[in-house]
Each structure stands twice: as C-alpha cells, then as structure tokens.
Design a protein around this ligand. Structure first.
Ligand code: MG
Length: 497
C-alpha cells in the first residue's frame, strides 16, 4: 500500500501542476491583454517542462514497475490507476525532450503562418511549415511505436487503444449511409431560415444561454461561462470547470448550441466520483467519449422537438419582434436544416461526419507517405466533391480552414465523429432506461438524464477504456448503425423523403 499511496500523492501533485498550466491557458484565451502573449508562452513552456520532468522521474518509474507486478492485489479502480500511470509514463519516456520542444516551437510558429496563409487564401505559404510538422509527427509515431500504421501511434494519444483500421471500417459504413441520406434530402423541399437574417442581441443570447445550462445542471458555483475566439471547456480543479462560448448577432444558433455543447463537456468533468477526483483518472477516458457527452446534449437533446416545446416560448419572449412570425414547427425545422457546405464548423448533424471522414482519410495517407503535403489542396477538393458534391473555390474555404494541423493535431479529427456515434449509442440505451425521457425533456427537466449520465459514464472518469465503457453500457462495441438509424428516422420526418 505504501507504494500505491506514494503514487497517488504524485498523481495529485502532477494534476495540480497541470491545473495551474491550464489556468494560464484559460486566462490567455479569455482575459489576457494582447501584449501578454510572449510572456505567457514562456510561462506555459517552462511549467510544461517541469511537468514533463516530474512525470518522467526515474524513481517514479521504479514505483510504477513495482506496482505493476503486484497489480492483482488491488481493486479495479486502483488497478486502472496504476495502468494509466504506467501508460502515461512509458509514453512520456519514449519522447525525447528535444522532439517535444521542437514540436512546440514549430507548431507555435506554424499557427501564425497558417493565419497569414488563410488570410491570403494561399496554401503554398503554409505548406513548408506543414511539411516540417508532418516530418516531426512521423518521428513521434516511430518513437511511440505502432503495429500496422503510423497513424495509430498518434491516434492513441486522443483515443487510447483505438486503431485506424477499426475507424476506417466504421467510417466507410457511415459515409455510404450518410451520402444516401444527403442525396434524399437534397432532392426534397428545402427549409426556410429567412428569420435568422436579423440581429439578435448578444446580451439576450447570453441571458438565455445561461438559463439553459443552469437547467441542464451545470453549477455556476463550480464553474464559469466566458467568451473566447473558439469555444472550449477546461478543468482547473475538481470543483472548478470553465466553459467558453462565442456569440454573434448574426448567428443565433451558434452561441446557443455552443453553450449546450460545452456544458455537456463540463458536466462530465464535474461528475467524477470522489474516489478519483483530483487525480489522473479524473479525466475523460477518450476524446471520443468526451465528445459523446457534448454532442448528446447538443443534438439528441438540444435539437429535439421536445426540448423546444419547453424553450421556444421562452426564447420567443426574449426576442418577441425577431421571432414573431415563426412558429415552433418552423423553428424546429430551422435548427435542423441540412445543407452540404464547405466549412466543417458550420456543418449540420447529417453532413458533419463527412467533413471528418475526409480529414481522416487525408491524414492516413499523409502519415503513410502516400500523399505529399503539396498535393493536399487538390486531394481535399476532390474528396469534397465526392463526399458532399461541392468543390471549394479557394484554399481558405478548403484545405486551410482548420487550425488543427498547424497545431500538430493529426489523429484528433476522428474523435469528433466517434463522439457523435458513441453519443447516439448511449442515448439509445438511456432512452430504454428512462421511461419518461421525452416528457422530461419537453418540461425542461433534466435531472434523471444527468443522474443516468453520472452513474453510467461520468463517475468512472478513465477507470474504463472507451471500448470497455461502451460494452458495459450498451452490451456491444461501437456500432455506427445506431447513428445512421437515428439520422434517417429524424430527417425522414423533417424532410418528408
Ligand atoms: Mg467538443
């Protein structure tokens, strides 16, 4: 027990250090004056270096090795704790400090180059930087090791234990199914969203958004909601989870659904059991599972008819002039309008995954060397035409649209779609377990839903892997059929196809 207690203490201390780094990051994205950027980058880099040193100390390795040999003595969650420490430690050990600092340096330079290239609509300005990043990531993959595809080594950081081969199978099914549905929707009568082309006061959007996340059960005495350029959720302690959102007068839905989405992430972070709080198991077990929590609230609940039976009268009373000619049915159809578009972050529930599948397939080929960085724009445009039937006119609305690659995030995109698929599969089970779920939603009562999520998902943190959790809850591994059935059932009604 002595070694286990030591390891727990170390885990708590590493978590404190990480929380401090995240506070610096949160401040940078929400409150920091523009000129603070250089000093902040140095502070974060130095603290990250200390965190890396402390996470890879030789004596820590010895404690972990000892515990691993006797892990059968421990409870399931202690065993999971030891295993996670072992995994994190081995991964950190495999990466030399030089590679980590090179990646940090190159990606921070690349981000400003990407911003310029995007402004100039010219991929060739960004290509040299992306070449360097791809080479560094190939080195990273080689050092981490993999069995069949270098992509797996990178993917493992975001979606532990998942392999690209499994994702490929799931995504191929999804692509075929979704493309068919998109075709049917395209040939149906289109939805009128004229009423969105008005100014919607940001103060009023904020007031409404805060009420919704409060009703969801997000406690404002253990969290905050602020504004940032890109919405995110970050954890600064077991009772301090920060959400950010963005509002625009011209885009009513964007702020609304961002709030619900991020609160879904935040509730997960606030729901870990006491036993694991403040330690390394107190984190989402994979990004896909994390995203399942945000997407479920955003889409299955937040874009459902019942949800708006409760909230539309309230929204209408806040925007009486803007919404005076729009009835609930029209509003419901508008929030679920499907239209193939060039930009991922503006995509609807049906076409969104096609954007992800495109990026996943390109990333696979980039990492295997089958695709060269310079050929990316053309490969991108071709796939857009194949998957969504539209072709970007410029790099800015094509290959340059996302920040991820400039930040070195290859292997990250698929977790968005895995989240969508996990979310629906979990929701399906929850619907069976909670008899009155639809009635509850249409009354703005989410208590039973949150309690189900806490019991079945949140409380465990990383005790179970994504696959174990999925089997434990639904009795089977990740299955895209649930998602396809959900989409087909919902949109058949909306579009009458
Ligand atoms: Mg998210």
């Amino acid at each position: 027990m002595k070694n286990l207690n030591k390891l727990k203490k170390t885990g708590q201390n590493l978590t404190k250090l990480l929380n401090a780094i995240e506070l610096l990051y949160w401040d940078q994205e929400t409150k920091m004056p523009k000129n603070g950027v250089e000093g902040r980058a140095e502070q974060i880099a130095y603290l990250s270096e200390i965190l890396h040193e402390k996470s890879t100390e030789v004596k820590l390795g010895k404690i972990i090795d000892n515990l691993i040999t006797e892990e059968d003595k421990y409870s399931y969650s202690d065993k999971a704790f030891i295993k996670k420490f072992h995994r994190d430690y081995s991964m950190a050990k495999k990466l030399p400090g030089e590679l980590i600092s090179n990646l940090a340096k190159e990606t921070s330079l690349a981000q400003s180059v990407w911003v310029e290239a995007k402004k100039a609509n010219n991929f060739s300005l960004f290509a040299p930087k992306l070449n360097i990043i791809v080479d560094l990531l190939k080195e990273k993959a080689d050092r981490l090791g993999y069995v069949s595809h270098p992509y797996d080594a990178l993917l493992d950081e975001y979606e532990p234990f998942m392999k690209s081969e499994s994702i490929k199978k799931i995504f191929d099914k999804l692509q075929t199914g979704l493309s068919e549905i998109v075709k049917k929707i395209k040939s149906s009568e289109q939805i009128d969203t004229e009423f969105l082309k008005q100014k919607y006061s940001i103060a009023k959007q904020d007031k409404f958004g805060r009420q919704v996340i409060k009703d969801m059960g997000f406690p404002m005495d253990s969290g905050r909601l602020d504004v940032s350029a890109h919405p995110f959720t970050i954890t600064l302690g077991s009772k301090d989870v920060r959400l950010t959102t963005r509002y625009s007068e011209d885009a009513l839905f964007s702020g609304l659904f961002s709030n619900i989405h991020e609160a879904g992430h935040g509730l997960y972070e606030l729901g870990f059991s006491k036993e694991i709080q403040g330690n390394i198991l107190a984190t989402g077990t994979s990004l896909g599972i994390h995203e399942s929590q945000s997407r479920m609230w955003e889409n299955q609940i937040g874009r459902s008819y019942g949800f708006w039976q409760h909230y539309y009268p309230k929204l209408k009373s806040i925007f009486p002039n803007e919404l005076k000619n729009v009835e609930l049915d029209g509003f419901y159809r508008a929030i679920n309008k499907v239209s193939p578009s060039l930009i991922r972050v503006e995509a609807d529930e049906v076409t969104y995954n096609l954007h992800i599948i495109l990026r996943f397939n390109l990333e696979l080929d980039l990492m295997s060397g089958k695709l060269k960085v310079n050929d990316l724009p053309e490969a991108w445009n071709e796939k857009m035409e194949n998957y969504l039937g539209i072709r970007p006119e410029s790099d800015g609305e094509g290959v340059l649209q996302d920040v991820h690659w400039s930040s070195g995030l290859i292997g990250y995109f698929p977790t968005y779609s895995l989240g969508n698929i996990y979310g629906v599969q979990f929701y399906n089970k929850m619907k069976n377990d909670i008899v009155n779920i639809e009635k509850n939603i249409s009354r703005g009562n989410f208590e039973e839903i949150l309690s189900w999520l806490r019991t079945n998902i949140h409380s465990y943190g990383s005790v179970y892997s994504a696959e174990e959790l999925c089997k434990k809850i639904t009795g089977e591994t990740l299955n895209p059929e649930y998602f396809l059935n959900y989409i087909d059932y919902k949109y058949k009604k909306i579009y009458n196809y």
